[in-house]
Design a protein around this ligand. Structure first.
Ligand SMILES: [Zn+2]
Ligand SMILES: [Zn+2]
Length: 345
């Protein structure tokens, strides 16, 4: 009697195709076999629909193992993405000469994307006898389940009396973290850069309103102020490094300066300040030289100055002795002052 060629084992057959099953709206009955290989299920895994609804799917011991490894790999990818992106976002802006905004954003975004890309491109070949490398079922949309194992899908459809449709199974390679982390890291880098950038105080002592550009980008419109006041002018944050500052009135260019903004320092840009003098006033509060005040004029031929790191105030006298004593135990306070030149101090 001729032998009937035996069918391929169920696990091999199962490899050949995938299928889509539209689940009933009110709770689906799930076949008892492993969703990947068809062996009796021993463990369960929750498959989540986009709307958050969960479906408990059975897997055998071995298949539960590869589903778990795939989930761990994705989590590791998202965590690595966050560590790399977040780490760079919090360190690169503090470089002595940080990258310009667009380059910084791009570098951090790409760096955060790399681990996600590695996980995405990770080769996925189901082991012999398996239909998937990760989870063998996942929702393609609410209520529609894509199954790797054709036979599992058929049983699922039959158990619930719903139609079943052949469809190519694709492993889910992405997790939401892959989309969220790179843009968040880039945003964090930008915010860090802006918050950590040195301050440039722009003061307008001329007669007309000034428009100030940094590297060709308008950063401030500054109204004239002639009286010394702590709030005079406008503070802008400019990244450390070389920049071009340009101040214009409505009719003409008032000043154009190639400057170097220094990390950790405050800066003063005072275009149209002819006739005004600036000086650093240092008050000492130590016991021996209490009350001593020294004045150091800024070079009037310039209109941009790098100020001391520990500037203690703008356009106001150093704190009075009694107040300072309450706050400080000795030490010095340096403030920036301003007045029309020639005024005897
Ligand atoms: Zn299995
Ligand atoms: Zn498997």
């Amino acid at each position: 009697m001729p032998r009937v060629p035996s069918e391929a084992p169920p696990s091999e057959r199962a490899l050949r195709s995938g299928a889509r099953v539209e689940l009933p709206a009110s709770g689906a009955l799930i076949p008892s076999g492993c969703a990947c290989c068809g062996e009796p299920a021993a463990k369960t895994v929750l498959a989540r629909a986009p709307n958050g609804e969960g479906l408990i799917v059975g897997y055998c011991e071995e298949c539960r193992g590869h589903v778990g490894r795939d989930a761990t790999r994705k989590l590791a990818g998202a965590v690595a993405s966050g560590l790399l992106g977040g780490g760079l976002a919090l360190t690169l802006p503090f470089a002595p000469y940080p990258l310009p905004m667009t380059a910084l954003t791009a570098v951090v975004f790409v760096a955060a994307l790399l681990p996600a890309l590695v996980v995405f491109a990770w080769p996925r070949r189901p082991a012999p006898g398996h239909t998937a490398d990760g989870a063998a079922v996942h929702f393609v949309k609410n209520g529609v389940l894509l199954c790797a194992n054709d036979r599992f899908a058929k049983e699922l459809a039959r158990a619930n009396g719903v139609p079943y449709e052949r469809a190519r199974f694709r492993e889910r390679r992405l997790v939401p973290g892959f989309f969220v982390v790179p843009p968040l890291s880039a945003l964090a880098a930008l915010v860090t850069l802006l918050l950590s950038s040195p301050v440039v105080r722009i003061v307008n002592l001329g007669p007309e309103r000034l428009f100030v550009d940094v590297d060709g980008r308008r950063v401030a419109t500054v109204d004239p102020t002639s009286v010394e006041a702590p709030t005079a002018g406008i503070d802008v944050r400019v990244t450390a490094g070389p920049h071009e500052l340009v101040a214009r009135s409505a009719e003409r260019e008032v000043s154009r300066e190639e400057v170097t903004v220094q990390s950790g320092h405050a800066h003063l840009f005072a275009p149209a300040s002819q006739g005004y003098c600036f000086w650093l006033e240092t008050a000492e509060y130590g016991r021996t030289r209490a009350g001593a005040i020294t004045r150091e004029p800024l070079d009037t031929s310039d209109d941009f100055w790098v100020l001391p790191r520990d500037l203690g105030g703008w356009f106001r006298p150093a704190p009075a002795q009694s107040l300072a004593e309450a706050r400080l135990t000795g030490g010095v306070v340096t403030v920036l002052r301003q007045a029309p030149c020639g005024l005897d101090l």
